[in-house]
Design a protein around this ligand. Structure first.
Ligand SMILES: C[S@@+](CC[C@H](N)C(=O)[O-])C[C@H]1O[C@@H](n2cnc3c(N)ncnc32)[C@H](O)[C@@H]1O
Length: 196
């Protein structure tokens, strides 16, 4: 697949709702990652789980291009990328009950009070996650930022059955940020949640 086929450009498609069966040419479960960075999770999952389709939503054009190149180089056919703000992509492009898993690793913490409205874990985004998940679908949010976690986890818990967890040293790091922060010995906070 060429780099152009891997990327879906909402500026060209005018934020049309996606048809995943048409996009991937199969009806495999769809896994969405929000804020894919350099794409470590997407690439590892695409290789380890060829039976799922992956969608990486990444706002930064630089990182979007990095991931696109890495996917093309590996000839992965089960990944698509969208270079835009994840809230708008969820809201306008992802159909109801079409996603099996949503993964969010180390989202920007926006620590200043006046910037916290930009955090990806906020009620309106969680409502979109609930809408797009299939029944029984799951989501995960992982961060090293204690204050972000302590304010975001209760929002999740108010809307979903959920489970807090602390990753152990035996759990392999899923993303570049996780690898870096674990090496530095920072505590990592994790919450998994489900649509039931
Ligand atoms: C701190 S990095 C973490 C990257 C990767 N998940 C990891 O753990 O290594 C946060 C990433 O989320 C992206 N991002 C931030 N806000 C976003 C948004 N609203 N929609 C999509 N991506 C976003 C940033 O561009 C950046 O690549």
């Amino acid at each position: 697949m060429s780099e152009l086929q891997i990327a879906i450009n909402p500026r060209e498609t005018a934020f049309e709702r996606l048809d995943f069966a048409e996009l991937f040419g199969n009806t495999n479960p769809v896994v969405v990652e929000i804020g894919s960075g350099k794409g470590r999770f997407l690439i590892a999952t695409a290789l380890e789980r060829p039976e799922v389709n992956l969608v990486g939503i990444e706002k930064s054009l630089h990182y979007h291009r990095v991931i696109r190149e890495r996917i093309a180089k590996r000839h992965l056919t089960n990944v698509r990328l969208i270079n835009h703000d994840a809230f708008l992509v969820l809201q306008r492009m992802i159909p109801d009950a079409s996603v099996s898993e949503v993964h969010i690793y180390f989202p920007d913490p926006w620590p200043r009070k006046r910037e916290q409205k930009r955090r990806i874990i906020r009620t309106e985004v969680l409502a979109e996650i609930r809408r797009v998940l299939v029944d029984g679908g799951s989501a995960i949010y992982v961060t090293d930022h204690a204050e972000y976690f302590e304010s975001a986890a209760p929002l999740v818990e108010a809307m979903f059955p959920s489970e807090r967890r602390v990753p152990t040293a035996d759990d392999p790091p899923r993303t570049n940020y996780e690898a870096k922060y674990r090496e530095e010995g920072r505590p990592i906070y994790e919450i998994r949640f489900w649509k039931r």
